[in-house]
Design a protein around this ligand. Structure first.
Ligand code: ADP
Ligand code: ZN
Length: 608
């Protein structure tokens, strides 16, 4: 017998036992009685007012018939008298009688055992519910059963500012709605979709919306919820979750904070607690590999730390689709605000565009918070509708909260980042050998890169010429050069750029023989994957080392001069670009090229 059934049966048995006993006790011990003389007791028998009589060692108790009850008393007690006729009399009047060994002490004893037993059972049930969410009757059943939503009711209209992610998820919805259509030709449907992005950008909301749009049930569970105190519970829960989901297919399983569960195994120190997590992770991998996508179960997971995920989770057939759910740009924020403002009474004078402009770096959850806070403020002030003043105040409050978490950039910082990124972009568009700019953004992304300029290679490249490498180097230096030119000061924001630039220059000299002075010699092959310290290339003498350093330095300095020239020739463009970037936060490649081509350099600025 499994522990589960054993538990069920013992609970039912206990319940029966307690009902039975309670019934007895109620009659014998808990009936409110009145002490009466024996003579009166006999009279009650003769008048046929008693329903039952119980003999105790020294007393007799009589239970009154319902119609004979008096003053709320349901019974009578009298002292036992030697009366040989009593039993005959009881039989004659058809009154049930019985005897208890002693005056109810058994009942009390039973209570002594029974009450703690009930308390104990309740406690066990609570503890199990805490662990499994499903209560006493289903030990090991998953918490997910609590969060199953037959219909989430969330649609894509409720999620704003994440158009790219929505576009990618449309395919999943279509698949859930018509699984046969895709399987007809033997195609394999993705099993796992990983939503990657900062907290509060709407990953959970998106997953719910996919379920809502496809009208399928939504099972959800948090990665941290899997890893519980009871050994083996996590794995059992995963098994159960997948079991339940397969019964309800097509459906969506959503695992929030999957990183809590799927941390890189080696990264965790070896100690007891992690074994449980590993078991749970293994079970998840087993379930994902084992189940059949044809039934239409799609597993979605969310994380804000994809870099710490165990690579096993990301292998083909598992979470091999990754969808970025990034912080919204100004337009996205406007759309999100629209969504949330639908639920509150907003005054006519409120300009959502202005609110969006005032909230750079905010994610969907922050914006929802702003709207809610503003509505509360307006209500407190007894206003008819939420006005701009309320929004201002509410933004200030939310900003104060976020500043504590260091998630908001100051205006000055944003300006520096805007010029920095514009510098990269402008140089990239001005030199022939750099990849075209796909997008520039000043929306803060992780901690390391404040803004970013995304360049896409137009073709796969195997060979790079010297001038192409120099052009790449120039692009990397563009950010720093722009900062220096505009602010006459440099910030720490370019550290990564400089590192990469130096790397390129070093390789040019030491690996590719691209320096005239040193000539076509190599001094250092790429580091071996296995021998971190061993160069398989030639060791350089001290003299040559010095020369190498000089050559590297020269390449960088020459490039920097070149970049500064490019930028000062285009200072007008740089300023326009940076201003536009501050307004819009994101500029796509096409638009960037248009801005550059329409804004010819301002002759006044060329004087620099
Ligand atoms: P995540 O799972 O990425 O941490 P959530 O989906 O839990 O974020 O978002 C929390 C709340 O913030 C949502 O319930 C919603 O009210 C609001 N929200 C977040 N992102 C958006 C968005 N893109 N559009 C509309 N509301 C959003
Ligand atoms: Zn940079």
């Amino acid at each position: 017998m499994t522990p589960k059934y054993f538990c069920k049966i013992s609970v039912i048995f206990l319940l029966f036992l307690s009902i039975f006993t309670l019934h007895r006790i109620a009659k014998a011990d808990f009936v409110k009685t009145e002490n009466i003389p024996y003579s009166e007791f006999r009279k009650l028998i003769q008048e046929n007012k008693l329903e039952e009589v119980i003999f105790y060692p020294t007393t007799i108790r009589g239970i009154l018939k319902a119609e004979a009850e008096q003053k709320g008393k349901k019974g009578v007690t009298t002292v036992k008298v030697e009366d040989p006729n009593l039993v005959k009399e009881l039989v004659a009047h058809n009154i049930k009688f019985s005897a208890l060994e002693s005056g109810g002490w058994r009942g009390s004893l039973f209570l002594l055992w029974f009450i703690p037993m009930i308390i104990f059972l309740i406690m066990i049930s609570r503890a199990r519910r805490g662990a499994t969410g499903a209560g006493l009757m289903s030990i090991g059943k998953s918490r997910a059963s609590l969060y199953i939503d037959k219909n989430t009711g969330v649609t894509f209209d409720d999620v704003a500012g994440v158009d790219e992610a929505k576009e990618e998820l449309k395919e999943i919805i279509d698949y859930l709605q018509n699984p046969q259509k895709y399987q007809r030709l033997g195609g394999k449907i993705p099993k796992g979709v990983l939503l990657v992005g900062p907290t509060g950008t709407g990953k959970t909301l998106l997953a719910k919306a996919v379920a809502g749009e496809a009208k399928v049930p939504f099972f959800s569970m948090s990665g941290s919820g899997f890893v519980e105190m009871f050994v083996g519970v996590g794995a059992a829960r995963v098994r159960d979750l997948f079991g339940q989901a397969q019964e309800k297919a097509p459906c969506i399983i959503f695992i929030d904070e999957v990183d809590a569960l799927g941390k890189i195994r080696a990264a965790a120190p070896i100690s007891g607690g992690h074994e449980e997590r590993e078991n749970t992770l293994n079970q998840l991998l087993i379930e994902m590999d084992g189940f059949d996508t044809r039934k239409g179960v799609i597993i979605m997971a969310a994380t804000n730390r994809p870099e710490i995920l165990d690579p096993a989770l990301l292998r083909p057939g598992r979470f091999d689709r990754h969808i970025l759910v990034d912080r919204p740009d100004i337009k996205g924020r406007e759309e999100i605000l629209q969504v949330h403002c639908k639920n509150v009474k907003v005054g006519k004078a409120v300009d959502i565009k202005i609110i969006a402009a005032r909230t750079p770096g905010f994610v969907g959850a922050d914006l929802a918070n702003v709207v809610n806070e503003a509505a509360l403020l307006a209500a407190r002030m007894g206003k008819e509708s939420v006005d701009m003043e309320n929004f201002e105040e509410s933004i200030n409050r939310v900003v104060a909260g976020l500043e504590k978490k260091k998630r908001v950039m100051s205006k000055k910082e944003l300006e520096i980042v805007a010029y920095h990124e514009s510098g990269h972009a402008l140089v990239a568009e001005s030199v022939p050998g750099a990849d075209k700019v796909h997008r520039i953004s000043i929306i803060p992304r992780g901690i390391a890169a404040l803004g970013y300029t995304l360049q896409l290679p137009t073709e796969d490249r195997y060979l790079l010429t010297r001038s192409e490498l120099l052009d790449r180097l120039a692009v990397l230096l563009g950010g720093r050069a722009a900062e220096e030119m505009i602010f006459h000061e440099i910030s720490t924001g370019a550290q990564n750029d400089l590192e990469r630039a130096t790397e390129i220059a070093m390789s040019m000299v030491k690996e590719y023989g691209m320096s005239e002075k040193i000539g076509p010699m190599t001094f250092q092959k790429r580091k071996s994957q296995f021998l971190e310290f061993g160069y398989s290339g030639r060791e350089s003498s001290e003299e040559i080392s010095k020369e190498i350093d000089n050559e590297v330095k020269k390449i960088i300095f020459d490039s920097y001069t070149r970049v500064k020239d490019i930028l000062s020739e285009n200072k007008g463009r740089l300023q326009i670009l940076a201003k536009r970037l501050l307004e819009k936060e994101v500029i796509e490649g096409e638009e960037l090229r248009e801005i550059i081509s329409h804004n010819l350099p301002d002759p006044k600025n060329n004087a620099l």
